[in-house]
Design a binder for this molecule. Structure first.
Ligand code: SAM
Ligand code: TMP
Ligand code: ZN
Length: 408
């Protein structure tokens, strides 16, 4: 782990604007015998005073987070499966129409996006360092390389497969601090008319909705149009399109091309103007965000304590990586939330990192229904509330904490 006072993209000075204190690795679900070995970091976030890139103040060794037992499985949500299938169909119809096109995906996870590409018989390669999920992709007939993407990987791929028409990364680029190596690799691997498309949580949305739980060890960068534009320019790339996405609490899909290769769309200038109007990079805006985070913490813990004192049962729903920030920063343990149910088999039977709340299978939710369910997977609210309609009909209530603490 290394702390930094300089921007990981441009080496400009960083101004810290929030410190969540000591936090565990968000996906390190533990057994009691692992407690002594739990790894903690200071989770703090800052903005580069030069290029405005928002980033963590500490860098965590990548092998501690992404390894054989990395538990996050992308296909767990029906909405996300549909989201990625739709993108695959779009890429097949637009960017991958030439003679023998080739697409590379960074962080392909269990193959949720590449499945449709493979089925269409299009040449592809997933680059996925986490062995367990990479094996799931392989089992779906997807060509996977189990390694971290970086400049050397890109040069290797170039030597064996040639240039890529599309390089794609969903919820992955923001996980990678070593951006210089990544973008050098992308520049080398990308065909002259190719595109590098990536989608990640949008910092403007995080500030607007106070979705502070998007800040955890794995999310190193929090992109904006302004910071991505500046970053692209450093590597002879250009931001040519942006698209807002409703998934994962509000994301942006950025499209980069070699500088001068494509004409930027109107959407880029429009979203940039919106960011400027919001004063997104100004310290008073960021300090306002910090105050909102503290208010949510106080309101949520007060509500949970009141419910406990009234003898109400509260159960957590979705042991998300995001929930590690909520439980550890707010001091929520099994005394307030006795268990969290989650569909991920690898998380079940374990305890949440740091806060040590047991994770149980989804069937435990209805056995019997609690009075309240604290929805940690709020980014999947529509899908989950539709699936759990019977809970609400039986008189149960959902607790949400974004954009403020409320009960529905
Ligand atoms: N793309 C999937 C999605 O959107 O659901 C998976 C996202 S998951 C949150 C992030 C993935 O990035 C993990 O599977 C992790 O192993 C992978 N990853 C981390 N560092 C990487 C790197 N340097 N190159 C490629 N993949 C990486
Ligand atoms: P994510 O917010 O990072 O996508 O994580 C979602 C978590 O919530 C993941 O651990 C799976 C879990 N989950 C459920 O338990 N039930 C569901 O219906 C959905 C969509 C997710
Ligand atoms: Zn910078």
């Amino acid at each position: 782990m290394s702390s930094q006072s300089r921007c990981r993209v441009c080496a400009g000075p960083l101004a810290e604007f929030f410190d969540f204190g000591r936090q565990p690795l968000s996906d390190a679900f533990v057994r009691p015998e692992d407690f002594a070995d739990e790894f903690f970091v200071r989770l703090a976030v800052g903005i580069c005073e030069s290029c405005t890139m928002v980033q963590l103040m500490e860098e965590i060794p990548r092998d501690r987070m992404f390894h054989e037992d990395y538990p996050y499985v992308s296909s767990g949500s029906a909405v996300m499966r549909e989201h990625f299938e739709k993108l695959a169909r779009r890429l097949l119809a637009t960017e991958l129409t030439g003679d023998d096109p080739f697409v590379v995906e960074l962080g392909c996870n269990d193959g949720v996006m590449l499945k449709a590409i493979a089925e269409a018989g299009v040449r592809h390669l997933g680059v996925e360092p986490s062995g367990g999920v990479a094996a799931m992709a392989h089992a779906k007939g997807i060509r996977v390389r189990t390694s971290f993407f970086e400049e050397e990987t890109a040069r290797d791929i170039l030597a064996t497969d040639g240039r890529a028409d599309v390089i794609y990364a969903a919820n992955t680029l923001c996980h990678i601090p070593y951006m210089e190596s990544i973008l050098r690799g992308v520049t080398a691997l990308l065909a002259p008319t190719g595109v590098f498309v990536f989608e990640d949580p949008y910092f403007s949305e995080i500030v607007e909705r106070t979705s502070f739980d998007q800040i955890y060890d794995e999310h190193f960068y929090f992109f904006t149009v302004r910071s991505v534009q500046a970053m692209a320019a450093r590597f002879d790339l250009e931001l040519v399109d942006v698209e807002r996405l409703p998934v994962h609490g509000g994301e942006v899909r950025y499209t980069l091309a070699h500088a001068g290769a494509r004409t930027p769309s109107e959407a880029v200038a429009e979203l940039l103007e919106d960011e400027n109007k919001r004063n997104l990079a100004a310290m008073p805006t960021l300090k306002g965000f910090a105050r909102n985070v503290e208010r949510i913490r106080d309101d949520l813990t007060a509500l949970l304590r009141d419910l406990r004192n009234d003898g109400k049962r509260v159960v957590g729903y979705g042991a998300t990586a995001k929930s590690a920030t909520v439980t550890n920063y707010c001091g929520i343990g099994p005394d307030l939330v006795p268990f969290i149910c989650d569909t991920t088999v690898a998380k079940q039977g374990r305890l949440t990192p740091g806060s040590h709340i047991p994770v149980r299978e989804p069937a435990a939710f209805a056995d019997p229904y609690p009075d309240y369910a604290l929805l940690f997977a709020w980014n999947h609210a529509e899908e989950i509330m539709a699936k759990e309609r019977a809970f609400r009909e039986a008189g149960g209530r959902w607790i949400l904490y974004v954009p403020e603490v409320h009960v529905v």
